[in-house]
Design a protein around this ligand. Sequence first.
Ligand code: ATP
Length: 432
Amino acid sequence: MVTMDEIVALCKRRGFIFQSSEIYGGLNSCWDYGPLGVEMKNNIKRLWWKVNVQLRDDVVGLDSSILMNPKVWEASGHLSNFADPMADCKVCKKRWRVDQLQEYKCPECGGELTEARMFNLMFKTFMGPVEDESAVVYLRPETAQGIFVNFINVQQTMRKKLPFGIAQIGKSFRNEVTPGNFIFRTREFEQMEIEYFVKPGTDEQWHKHWIEQRVNWYYKLGIRKENLRIREHGKDELAHYAKACVDIEYLFPMGWSELEGIANRTDFDLTQHQKYSGENLTYFDDETKQRYIPYVIEPSAGVDRSLLAFLIDAYEYQQIEKDDYRVVLHLHPAVAPVKAAVFPLLKKEELVKKAREIYNELKYKWIVQYDDSGSIGKRYRRQDEIGTPFGITVDYQTLEDETVTIRDRDTMQQVRVHIKEIIPYLEERIEV
Ligand code: ATP
C-alpha cells in the first residue's frame, strides 16, 4: 500500500497540494490546493451535487454564510459542549471536565486521566471594530446549522413536502487538538452535507437509504470495495441526541478512519432552534393534518478526506518491464483533474497545428492539456502520474485520414478514432 509520504510527495511534485504559506515556513495543518488539486476537488463537489441535488426531486441546495448569529451555537450545543478542558479516564474511558475535579484522577474509578484538552473547537473572532464580548462571532464548525436555521425559508419558498432534503457544500473550521495525517484532519476543511427531513417513524428506513446511497457513490467513482467499510457507532459513542450513526470508513495508510458520518439526529436540532429562536419550526402535514417537527437524517462527508481517499485508492507504482516503472493514478475519469492530453507525435508544424485545433475544441468541454515537449513516452508518463485517463496523439496518418490515436492510461492500449469521434468517445467514458 502507498504511504502517506508518497502521496504528500506526489501532491507537491505535480501541483495537487502545497503547504499553506510555505515560503514562511507554512502554517500547521493548513494546505493549499494547487492547479490539479482544485480541479479534482471541484470534480468531487460537482459529482456529489449532481447525484444528490440535480438528479433528485426531493433535495435542494443552499449556500449559507460561515459567520452566523452566535445564538445558533448556543442552540446547537456547540458553545456549551465544546467549551471546557476535558480529559478521559485511561481505565473506564469516562470523560470529565477537568475544571470541576477535586483531584486530577477519575472520580468514578480513580484511574489515571489523559492530558486535558480544550474542547471548544470553535474559532472565535470579532465582528466590527470593537473587540469585546458582545462582538464575538464564530467560524462555523459544520455547515449543518446553516441548513437547520433555513429550514422554514427553504421549505416554504420551494413548497417542499416531507420527505425532502437540503444540501450544502462549504468550508468549516475546527480548532482541532490533534490535526494531522496531511489533509485528513485539518483546522479548515470543506464539508458536503445533507439534512434530509422525514416524518418521525420513517427515519430508520431513510437512514438505511442514505447509507446505501452514499456507499454506492464511492463505489461508482472507483473506490475499491475492500477499502471501504461501514461501522455502526456503539451506544457509548453516540451523541446524546442521535438515535443511530454509522461511519463510512476508508482504509487510509494510518488505518481505518472516518470518511463520512451518516446520523439519525431525530428532531433535536430543529427543536433546539425552535426553543432558542422562539420561531415556530414545525411542519404541517397535509395528509394527517398534524403539525410536528421532522426527524432528520444527516449524511456528512468531507471533501478533503474524499479527495485523499481517491488519491490513495488510485495510486500505483507499477512495473511495466524489467527496470521500467511508472507511477500511475487510476482515478475514475470523472474525478481525474485533467481529462485528456493532446500531443503532436513530433514538434512539426503541421502536426502541432492539428493537435492545437483538437485541443482548442476539447477545452470547451473539459480541462485538457496540450504538450509537445520531450519524447512521446515521457509525455504519456507525465500524464499517467496525474491520472489523465486519455492521451490523444496526432501523427502523420492524422494528416491523411483525420484519425488520431487515443491511449488508455490504465491498459496503455491505443485505438484509432476519427477526429469527429473524439468527443463522443471521451464523453461516454467520463460522464457519470
Ligand atoms: P473525526 O471523528 O474524524 O474528527 P467527526 O466525527 O468529528 O470526525 P463529523 O463532525 O461527523 O466528523 O464531520 C463530518 C465529516 O466532515 C467527517 O466525516 C470528515 O469527512 C469531515 N471532517 C470533520 N472534521 C474534519 C477535519 N478536522 N478535517 C477534515 N475533514 C473533517
